[in-house]
Design a protein around this ligand. Structure first.
Ligand SMILES: *[C@@H]1O[C@H](CO)[C@@H](O)[C@H](O)[C@H]1NC(C)=O
Ligand SMILES: *[C@@H]1O[C@H](CO)[C@@H](O)[C@H](O)[C@H]1NC(C)=O
Ligand SMILES: *[C@@H]1O[C@H](CO)[C@@H](O)[C@H](O)[C@H]1NC(C)=O
Ligand SMILES: *[C@@H]1O[C@H](CO)[C@@H](O)[C@H](O)[C@H]1NC(C)=O
Ligand SMILES: *[C@@H]1O[C@H](CO)[C@@H](O)[C@H](O)[C@H]1NC(C)=O
Ligand SMILES: *[C@@H]1O[C@H](CO)[C@@H](O)[C@H](O)[C@H]1NC(C)=O
Ligand SMILES: *[C@@H]1O[C@H](CO)[C@@H](O)[C@H](O)[C@H]1NC(C)=O
Ligand SMILES: [Cu+2]
Length: 581
């Protein structure tokens, strides 16, 4: 079959000059050998690239994406964070919004770029993110949007430089990488019974290396609280040992673990990733996207403070930070002043809490390529601050810009219990059951909300134009003391993170909780599409969203292994006003 050539970026720029252009993309998916970290394996390429090429649009564009599946298995493409207003059939979840795309078949997605900001695309059929099916989406804001940069500087020249940097960003796709394919990784969980979250490399724009260090050195690099809770030596890959504190007392078969998955580190080197900047431009925008399958990360740029100005694709009042925690699926865009001596500066992406591992890239100033100066890090190989003056982004202080608030009261309330059932590796979002393992092979729920196979406890039905509260209660039976934070992602429109607390959510509604425990609720709720649960202790988080876009949308943990084990639910949003598909 003939390969359709990817549009060159220059052509897109020309098209973008016209208002509300109609942009076509062709995506050709292939299964080939590749070695992003110096070790070869079979993986997915998109138009012969990994990660897939960035899709750059303008707010208001109509988008057509034609996907040709040359992979030896079904797939789909989801556009992460794109609200799909009026186009629920283009959300790209096999079993929810479409049938899986069979090998050899084509599928066309049509949607409107109703929002500006940083997003990404990835497969939503099994755990194919771990095989490399992802790439960036960037939608340039239209002139109607007021930029938040006047809160960074009142000099019009500086503001203009920041606006220009925003229109032409450095897109930084952060991910983790494993030598096993996603199918082999899931098989290892199923057969051994363990919840595995040990990666071989952290990649930056698809490039990285394998670093091996002394286990004791790695153990000492853990955050104090986690080191105390684990109280055991990490492996040479910087991974946690498979102990009851993390895995609970379920049945396990350590003999079924594939070699090298937790320990047995072999160093290797992949190609370097370089971001070229020019200090004459004064500012650069780095748009971080976490396409990690497993890992929580923290990212920083040596000697360059960051003004975080966009979260999950929407502007916030800029916040100054040196290090930004970023969970699976999240996006943070940061404005960086290019005022350092021309040289190379290291971007560090470190495991944040559940593995001591890092990936590196270089920011290379024009004219500084030959400077021998080593840059000074803000964070360690383990992701911790190197000095007391390093500011970590406070992720509960991200005021939307311009301001936006949820309704004071919601129409509906749902309390979900997140936890393990039946084994260490199987996770549930509703406390009683899992998404069907064959979800991707089922009749899409959008075609039939009563589709058999989807248990009633796995659906939340909402009416259009109502406000809905969902509280995620974390259940952690003894002897478990730590668990991976769950980055819960909501498809379609964003929601407000309105509160969080320790212990059990004992109230019958959010209003009662606000009355009793006002300190658990934020004065300025956070508007985004990913909400992360705490790694320690019994705790809860609460979100509120408005139903405005009838359709079948996914609500799920974005750790690929947790999603594949069943950790998700379906929002039958505005089921009273569903479109005929
Ligand atoms: C940590 O482990 C050591 C030896 O394995 C044990 O003696 C000690 O009591 C443990 N500490 C805690 C806080 O559990
Ligand atoms: C700086 O980075 C560039 C791009 O990777 C590289 O070519 C150059 O050798 C680096 N300079 C030094 C001194 O390491
Ligand atoms: C990291 O920051 C914390 C909190 O500000 C501080 O207590 C600690 O000393 C810092 N670590 C180092 C190595 O300076
Ligand atoms: C983070 O921001 C919240 C909301 O503004 C504030 O209540 C909290 O004290 C801040 N936390 C830290 C560690 O500064
Ligand atoms: C958990 O295992 C029990 C016993 O094998 C089984 O009856 C039950 O259906 C399982 N639960 C789920 C949600 O699969
Ligand atoms: C692949 O998708 C087809 C529908 O397009 C479905 O019938 C089949 O069961 C799927 N196969 C798998 C393994 O999910
Ligand atoms: C759903 O509600 C939203 C918000 O009120 C409204 O804009 C939209 O037209 C409604 N959709 C349908 C299909 O009724
Ligand atoms: Cu999870």
């Amino acid at each position: 079959m003939a390969r359709t050539k990817w549009l060159a970026l220059g052509v897109i720029d020309l098209l973008a000059l016209a208002q509300a252009a109609h942009i076509h993309f062709a995506m050709d998916l292939t299964w080939q050998r590749g070695s992003p970290n110096g070790v070869e394996r079979e993986m997915i390429f998109i138009n012969d690239q990994f990660p897939g090429p960035p899709m750059i649009f303008d707010e208001g564009d109509d988008v057509t994406i034609e996907v040709t599946n040359h992979l030896p298995f079904n797939t789909s493409i989801h556009f992460h964070g794109i609200e799909q207003m009026g186009t629920p059939q283009a959300d790209g979840v096999s079993g929810l919004s479409q049938w899986g795309i069979l090998p050899g078949q084509k599928y066309t997605y049509n949607w409107h770029a109703t929002q500006y900001g940083t997003y990404w695309y990835h497969s939503h059929d099994k755990s194919r993110i771990m095989d490399g099916l992802y790439g960036a989406i960037y939608i340039r804001p239209s002139a109607d949007n007021e930029s938040p940069f006047s809160m960074i500087s009142d000099d019009p020249t500086e503001i203009r430089a920041m606006e220009e940097a925003r229109r032409d960003p450095q897109i930084v796709v952060l991910s983790d990488w494993d030598h096993l394919t996603s199918d082999a990784y899931m098989q290892a969980e199923r057969e051994s019974g363990y919840d595995l979250f040990c990666s071989d490399s952290i990649l930056i724009n698809g490039q990285g290396s394998v670093y091996c260090k002394d286990p004791q050195e790695l153990t000492d690099m853990q955050p104090a609280q986690i080191r105390a809770a684990i109280n055991a030596t990490l492996t040479d890959k910087g991974c946690d040992p498979l102990i009851p504190t993390l895995e609970g007392n379920w049945e396990h078969h350590p003999d079924k673990l594939p070699g090298g998955i937790i320990s047995g580190c072999v160093p290797s080197e992949g190609p370097p990733s370089v971001f070229n900047v020019d200090s004459e431009k004064k500012w650069a925008s780095f748009n971080f996207i976490s396409a990690a399958g497993l890992k929580a990360l923290a990212v920083s740029i040596d000697e360059h403070p960051m003004y975080v100005y966009e979260v999950d694709g929407r502007s916030i009042e800029p916040q100054l930070a040196h290090s930004v925690p970023i969970y699976n699926g999240e996006r943070y865009s940061v404005m960086v002043r290019l005022d350092q001596e021309p040289a190379n500066y290291t971007i560090r992406a470190a495991g944040n809490g559940n593995q001591i591992i890092s990936g590196f890239a270089t920011v290379s100033y024009k004219g500084g390529e030959n400077s021998q100066r080593e840059s000074t890090p803000y964070i360690t190989y383990g992701g911790l601050n190197t000095t007391a003056s390093v500011i970590e982004l406070n992720t509960t202080n991200l005021p939307p810009y311009p301001q936006i608030q949820p309704a004071t009261y919601a129409d509906d309330f749902h309390l979900l219990s997140l936890g393990r059932i039946n084994s260490s590796w199987e996770w549930t979002l509703d406390g009683t059951t899992f998404l069907p393992a064959n979800l991707a092979a089922m009749e899409p729920v959008l075609y039939n909300p009563q589709a058999p196979g989807l248990d009633s406890t796995l659906k939340i039905e909402t009416k259009n134009n109502t406000w809905v509260d969902i509280v995620f209660q974390l259940v952690i039976p003894e002897p478990t003391r730590l668990q991976p934070p769950h980055p819960i992602h909501k498809h379609s429109n964003k929601a407000f993170l309105i509160g969080a607390g320790q212990g059990q959510f004992t109230w019958g509604s959010v209003e009662d909780a606000v009355q009793d425990s006002p300190e658990s609720f934020y004065d300025t709720p956070i508007y985004r599409d990913t909400f992360v649960t705490a790694p320690t202790g019994v705790s809860w988080i609460a979100i509120r969203y408005q139903v405005v876009n009838p359709g079948a949308f996914f609500l799920h943990c974005h750790m690929e292994t947790h999603l594949a084990s069943g950790m998700g639910m379906v929002l039958l949003d505005g089921v009273d006003a569903w479109p005929k598909v």
